[in-house]
Design a protein around this ligand. Structure first.
Ligand code: PHE
Length: 447
């Protein structure tokens, strides 16, 4: 027994088998529902190519810096947030590091819980896409399904499948799934984008989507949307990428891995926009965001499209791939902390994570009121708290200089002192803005 306990404790940390696997995993985490159900609408609503311009700048000067920083903290400490924060605080003779590390972990768990409910719906829609959406009144169908007991089995299926993948571990679970699904999803996106832009009338959608409205940049809401989109889309909630960074071998080129992740994520967001806008314009409907887009508007378009049965099924397969590679990273964000805090073996940590996500998600699965409240609290308040805590610990307690040195170890292109400025002030300031704005919006003081 004692021997077994020690074996658990001393099991060497898992590692990615190559830089490619790491890039696939973090791009897989980044590309998810956020790219498909939020990006196109945000771009179309908040200034078209003017939005795209500031989005790309935010990705470059906040997103990429934070991405490198989280990777570096994970790799430097060889641990996820709980133990990493603890070690960083202890070094400065500060107490409470591990409790602070719990913040990003729990906030990310809150995301996981509602994300998996949606993954359940997606699997269901993939299955029904084979009968086609033509005979259905889609709005009525969705409101009858989501928030009812018929959604339970799909939620269970989503959680069980994701648990099974993380149960297998980094090399046998996460890697093969990411290596299969990430290229698969990019190919499907290209196929669907080609279908969408070649529909008669599609050009109007493209024109609308790119029409630059620089006036929108005077509206703080535009900046809020671009920043919130960038943080969520790059999975910068302060937990996941620290953990993915902790599985990096020492010599990994962090700036390069971060750049690939951001580039893939942005390409995927644009491809999603090339699917949604042209298709919506071709059929004269206005593209919207979130749940109605995925489960009402787009299925409605597939119902009218030539070969819509095929494209509908391909679309939901694409969303399954995108959501699964993100979901496993979300699960991993609970599994690693459990292994870390309680010295549990991976299998036990995976099963407990699955059980928690399942039970906590159940009330949301059967009640849409609970679901929307949970989602609003999480995205408005909890998520920005997790991100901000990690950014402050990273750039101020661990220190921007040390973070930069760690980033530069093994890097072909080294980051200069400007990197520290962007981390300490721009990334932290931007996240602080998102938190304040999130609270004001949640309480209805800012619309
Ligand atoms: N980036 C994912 C998406 O766009 C969501 C996510 C956030 C995944 C945080 C992991 C961690 O859907």
């Amino acid at each position: 027994m004692v021997a077994k306990k020690n074996a658990d404790k001393e099991a060497p940390r898992e590692q990615w088998s190559s830089k490619m696997s790491l890039v696939m995993a973090s791009a897989g985490s980044a590309i998810g529902l956020g790219n498909i159900w939020m990006f196109p609408w945000r771009m179309g609503t908040y200034g078209g190519s003017a939005f795209l311009l500031i989005y790309v700048l935010i990705i470059a000067f906040i997103g990429l810096i934070a991405l490198m920083g989280e990777f570096a903290m994970g790799r430097g400490q060889g641990k996820g947030p709980i133990s990493a924060f603890e070690a960083i605080f202890r070094e400065k003779k500060l107490a409470g590091g591990k409790w602070l590390g719990l913040f990003p972990v729990l906030m990310t768990l809150a995301v996981t819980i509602f994300y998996m409910v949606v993954v359940g719906w997606i699997i269901h829609y993939f299955v029904i896409s084979f009968q086609g959406f033509a005979g259905l009144n889609l709005a009525t169908y969705f409101s009858g399904f989501a928030g009812s007991s018929s959604a339970i089995s799909w939620h269970v299926l989503a959680v069980v499948a994701t648990t099974a993948i993380v149960y297998m571990g980094v090399k046998k679970g996460l890697e093969p799934i990411n290596n299969l699904m990430l290229p698969g999803l990019l190919i499907l996106m290209v196929v669907l984008a080609i279908r969408a832009v070649t529909l008669p009338g599609a050009v109007e959608g493209i024109r609308f989507m790119f029409a630059p409205n620089f006036g929108a940049l005077a509206d703080p809401l535009t900046w809020f949307n671009a920043l919130a989109q960038a943080l969520f889309s790059l999975s910068l909630l302060g937990c996941t990428l620290v953990i993915y960074g902790s599985y990096m071998p020492k010599g990994t080129d962090i700036p390069q891995a971060a750049a690939y992740t951001a580039i893939f994520d942005t390409i995927a967001a644009l491809l999603a926009a090339f699917i949604v806008f042209p298709a919506a314009f071709a059929f004269g409907v206005s593209p919207n965001a979130g749940i109605p887009l995925l489960f009402v508007t787009l299925p409605g378009l597939f119902a009218q499209m030539p070969a819509g049965l095929l494209f509908g099924a391909l679309f939901f397969l694409l969303v399954i791939f995108a959501a699964t590679t993100s979901a496993i990273s979300l699960f991993e964000s609970a599994v690693e902390p459990l292994m870390d805090a309680f010295k549990w073996a991976r299998k036990k940590a995976a099963l407990i994570t699955g059980a928690v996500v399942l039970l906590a998600g159940l009330p949301l699965t059967i009640n849409m009121g609970h679901f929307s409240l949970w989602m609003r609290v999480t995205s408005g308040i909890l998520m920005p708290i997790g991100t901000l805590v990690t950014m402050i610990v990273l750039f101020w307690v661990f220190g921007a200089l040390r973070a930069r040195k760690e980033v530069n170890e093994g890097a072909a292109v080294k980051m200069g002192p400007w990197w520290e400025f962007f981390g300490k002030y721009v990334a932290v300031g931007g996240t602080f803005f998102i938190l304040v704005a999130g609270i004001l919006r949640f309480t209805g003081q800012w619309r």
